[in-house]
Unconditional design. Structure first.
Length: 260
């Protein structure tokens, strides 16, 4: 299961033009002042048991919710015990790395300080950010590559009353890369909201969907002013847009893409 590159970030902007990304954005591909800050990464570990792996879409949705859960956790805000490292992480580049674990590896990961988020078939544990060169040994030894996931059945149509994270139809990303990308998309959606909207989304359990857009819909999404994750192209794929965050009509009222 691969992940985002640990040393080079993704871009994100409201359009598909990277030149319009704010100069201080943590997602710019060009070197900025953020690169002078100490660099951190948000670790996520997916439980992938050999005999019973999770469904791909459920794993992606669970990873996206895990990012939101730690952003909203009281320990990550204000004077909480994780607050400073969360600020340091967001003041530098926004990096996420997804690794996999099973059996004893998963039990060791669960013993570390973090939060486990459970989906229908997936479990993802998210941890406070760590220095790029400061991974706990029980996480550092976990595999990043080598696992792929499938959906036993095509996912149902998304619930449009809740946010939808749309994946590009043009990309063939591993499950881990996709989990990191939708985590970025969820974080962009979170940044768009007021405190009141965040609390409402949190209290509802962070409902969301992850789906792959068709080609026509993707063109519409990437030109509609919605938050877009743009990958810098250093791992797996060429530079380009990977995820668009479209807000739901109730929990997360981001602008919605224009409809034909």
């Amino acid at each position: 299961m691969s992940s985002d590159d640990q040393t080079l970030p993704n871009d994100a902007s409201g359009t598909d033009t990277s030149a319009e990304v704010p100069q201080d954005s943590p997602f710019r591909s060009e070197r900025t002042a953020r690169d002078e800050s100490p660099q951190f990464v948000l670790p996520l570990v997916a439980r992938i048991e050999k005999a019973a792996p999770p469904a791909r879409t459920d794993a992606l949705e669970t990873a996206a919710r895990a990012v939101l859960v730690i952003l909203a956790d009281p320990r990550a805000t204000g004077d909480g015990e994780w607050a400073q490292v969360m600020r340091d992480w967001q003041d530098a580049r926004i990096r996420k790395v997804v690794r996999r674990a099973r059996g004893a590896e998963w039990r060791r990961a669960e013993a570390l300080d973090g939060i486990t988020v459970t989906g229908k078939s997936a479990e993802v544990r998210v941890f406070p950010p760590v220095r790029l060169d400061g991974w706990p040994k029980d996480l550092a030894r976990l595999q990043v590559s080598g696992t792929e996931l499938d959906d036993p059945e095509p996912p149902a149509d998304p619930d449009l009353t809740a946010p939808v994270l749309w994946l590009s139809p043009d990309l063939d990303m591993t499950a881990g890369k996709s989990m990191a990308q939708v985590g970025h998309g969820a974080q962009l959606a979170w940044w768009e909201l007021s405190d009141e909207q965040r609390a409402e989304w949190r209290d509802a359990g962070f409902p969301l969907s992850v789906r792959t857009a068709d080609a026509g819909r993707w063109r519409e999404l990437t030109t509609s002013g919605l938050p877009v994750v743009r990958d810098a192209g250093f791992t797996e794929i060429a530079p380009g847009n990977t995820v668009v965050a479209e807000g739901g009509s109730h929990f997360c009222p981001l602008p919605r893409a224009r409809r034909p």
